[in-house]
Design a protein around this ligand. Structure first.
Ligand code: AMP
Length: 416
């Protein structure tokens, strides 16, 4: 009896080779950009103690309340598949005493992240992020540097219709006072609010700014703005970040309602969106988190960083035209020529020439068709007494008596 097919879990994504090439290209781009700016590549575990996110990201956020993949291990410890990367990097910073190194410590990372969200175009339950963090300094040039690095990555990846919004959230103290004021404002309009926002009015009224609910949107339209309540120091910090971005010629819009979905942000927050995307228009964003390391048991340490979604960047960019690349295809007149063909392929690869051979039992005619399909520019037909080396572009053909001679011919005529 035929077995039922097994499907990938909802909201996950298979990356097939044609997409894989674009993803690798993006990673190479990121590597170059980060390398020049002094960011070192780091990896942290894909699962962490649940406590890290509860304390780091914040109990009253959507991510922690509803979206985490949490499980118990065999020893009864609560673990969570990481929903974001900053908390893990900060944990590692504390755990390995990185505050003793010269500051700031700059890292970038890449990998899978997990959120139990309703899947839709551009929104998955497992997605990949590229991210960067700079820990140990509150210098506004770091905020600007990180924003410019993300901007460069997105531009060079070919993301279309980009817009940058920036804001400042000040300190947790300012936010607390402001939250009171906002709560008052929203209470007066309580019957207009979505159930969600109403339920969290006590704990986290700022979330109202994230809502798409029409009544909530109307209620926040004339609400006081945190950005107008910043302490002098924070306001000055924000002015400096803006001046650095202005000098760099980067266009942005100041958005006094930008709150973002994580609780750890202080001062600068920012987000790039793309008009080329649908409802899920956020391509990447982040901000400063000057209290997070301390919240995770480390010394007071300012930090700033961002994460960008790999799938969203690729969705927002046009796929580049397929590149023509030199490739030799080794065709076999008969299956018994496999060994000679295999040796030639090995030798070609050892000399740095891309080579493939027939490995699916096609007829010679089928093999030549296949060679064109895989984009080969030259074909070697391995026969009993002779190997024919054919240039598919010029149709020029030369013969060789054995694989060594064929190899010499192929190497003397370097690929175009
Ligand atoms: P966040 O950590 O929420 O600031 O997200 C940073 C970036 O990650 C977003 O701008 C998106 O590009 C990407 N991202 C976040 N959640 C998802 C998701 N569920 N599916 C795909 N990409 C996501």
């Amino acid at each position: 009896m035929a077995q039922a097919k097994i499907q990938a879990p909802r909201g996950t994504l298979d990356v097939l080779p044609e997409d894989g090439a674009r993803r690798r290209e993006l990673v190479r781009l990121a590597e170059g950009i980060f390398g020049r700016a002094g960011y070192g590549y780091a990896e942290t575990p894909i699962f962490e103690s649940t406590e890290l996110f509860a304390r780091g990201v914040g109990d009253a956020t959507d991510i922690v309340e509803k979206e985490m993949f949490t499980f118990e291990d065999q020893g009864g410890r609560s673990l969570t598949l990481r929903p974001e990367g900053t908390a893990g990097v900060c944990r590692a910073y504390v755990e390995h005493g990185l505050h003793k190194r010269p500051q700031p410590v700059r890292v970038w990372y890449l990998g899978p992240f997990f959120r139990h969200e309703a899947p839709q175009a551009g929104r998955y339950r497992q997605f990949a992020q590229i991210g960067a963090e700079a820990l140990g300094s509150d210098d506004p040039s770091l905020d600007a540097e990180l924003i410019l690095l993300l901007s460069e990555l997105l531009e060079r990846a070919g993301a279309r219709g980009l817009r940058l919004s920036i804001g400042s959230l000040g300190t947790p103290e300012t936010r607390r006072t402001y939250s009171e004021e906002l709560r008052e404002h929203l209470r007066e309009r309580e019957d207009q609010l979505s159930e969600d926002v109403r339920a969290r009015l006590d704990r986290n009224p700022l979330r109202a700014f994230d809502s798409d609910h029409p009544g909530t949107r109307a209620a926040v339209a004339d609400a006081p703005r945190l950005i107008d309540r910043l302490a002098a120091e924070d306001s000055q910090h924000f002015t400096e970040v803006r001046a650095l971005l202005d000098d760099a010629g980067l266009a942005y819009e100041v958005d006094g309602t930008l709150v973002r979905g994580l609780d750890y942000y202080t001062r600068t927050v920012f987000e790039f969106t793309s008009e080329a995307l649908g409802a899920q228009s956020g391509v990447g964003g982040g901000g400063r988190y000057d209290r997070l390391v301390e919240r995770l048991g480390g010394p007071p340490t300012p930090g700033v960083g961002w994460a960008a979604g790999v799938e969203r960047i690729l969705l927002a960019s046009l796929a580049p035209a397929a590149e023509e690349r030199p490739l030799v295809f080794v065709a076999l007149e008969r299956a018994e020529h496999r060994r000679a063909g295999f040796r030639l392929v090995r030798d070609l690869r050892a000399h740095g020439v891309a080579a493939q051979m027939e490995q699916a039992g096609r007829s010679l005619k089928g093999q030549l068709k296949h060679a064109a399909r895989v984009g080969a520019d030259r074909v070697v037909i391995v026969g009993a007494d002779v190997l024919r080396v054919r240039d598919l572009r010029t149709r020029d053909e030369r013969s060789a008596a054995d694989p060594d001679e064929a190899l010499a011919l192929l190497l003397e005529q370097p690929p175009r």
